[in-house]
Write a protein that binds this ligand. Sequence first.
Ligand SMILES: NC(=O)c1ccc[n+]([C@@H]2O[C@H](COP(=O)([O-])OP(=O)(O)OC[C@H]3O[C@@H](n4cnc5c(N)ncnc54)[C@H](OP(=O)(O)O)[C@@H]3O)[C@@H](O)[C@H]2O)c1
Length: 247
Amino acid sequence: MPIALITGSARNLGLAFVRHYADRGWRVFATCRDARNADALKAMAAASHGRITVHDMDISDATAVRRLASDLAGQSIDLLVNNAGFAGNGRMGVPFGNTDYGDWLKVFQVNTIGPMMVSEAFAAHVAASDRKIIFTISSRIGPKPTYGVVAYRAAKSALNQVVKQLAIGLAPRGVIAVAAHPGWVQNDKTVGQAALTPDQSVAMLAKIIERLTPADSGKFFDPDGSELPLITQQTAPKPYAMTHERR
Ligand SMILES: NC(=O)c1ccc[n+]([C@@H]2O[C@H](COP(=O)([O-])OP(=O)(O)OC[C@H]3O[C@@H](n4cnc5c(N)ncnc54)[C@H](OP(=O)(O)O)[C@@H]3O)[C@@H](O)[C@H]2O)c1
């Protein structure tokens, strides 16, 4: 039975990853920032006949990350999904000159440093598995050349470079590390606007995961499986990306 570990699995894309792999018979370690706020995930786990277990892991807390890695020592993990992300509090609304650098630190902690920390902590678990995949959810960082979401765009661009480095650093252990954009996906903020449901996005991403080979390591994928440059240009979106123009 293949085994997955998903970060940020309490809701939306993370929860959809858990559902996707558990429904296909995988054993899933579903990690979340605080299980007390993860009722949907806990209900899914309770109905899973032991296939899903829920674990607290705040990816901005080095102690929490190391603790879970240690608790799972000797456990192989075929697929580590670095899904947890944080777009920042200001989002589009912070004009140039009013940058909140405290918010920047949090955005980089969750989107850039956290996935590196989790990948380092669980590298041995992944390297001990059959499939050996670290799949990191990044972002195409917006379809248009607009000013805004600066910290998030910068943090996800830096994340792509982290993934490239993971690919190089873990190649001798046979680990495949890639990044992927999930599309524009419905979550608490984008519901009613974004084109894709979390389940639809995960179905597309799972097809990419299914056919990964070591030759793909270090690549950055669009959800249709095409390759993106590590630093994306903000140009015209693909049809599945938008139902409404995003300003
Ligand atoms: N939705 C899109 O259109 C879109 C587009 C491009 C990229 N992405 C990326 O896709 C991923 C998932 O997006 P989403 O739309 O599902 O976002 P979401 O609804 O905001 O969910 C993010 C998840 O990450 C968790 N998280 C945040 N900080 C964390 C931390 N310090 N430790 C552990 N977990 C933490 C959240 O936990 P809580 O539940 O406790 O808050 C939540 O479960 C993110 O990396 C996001 O940047 C999304």
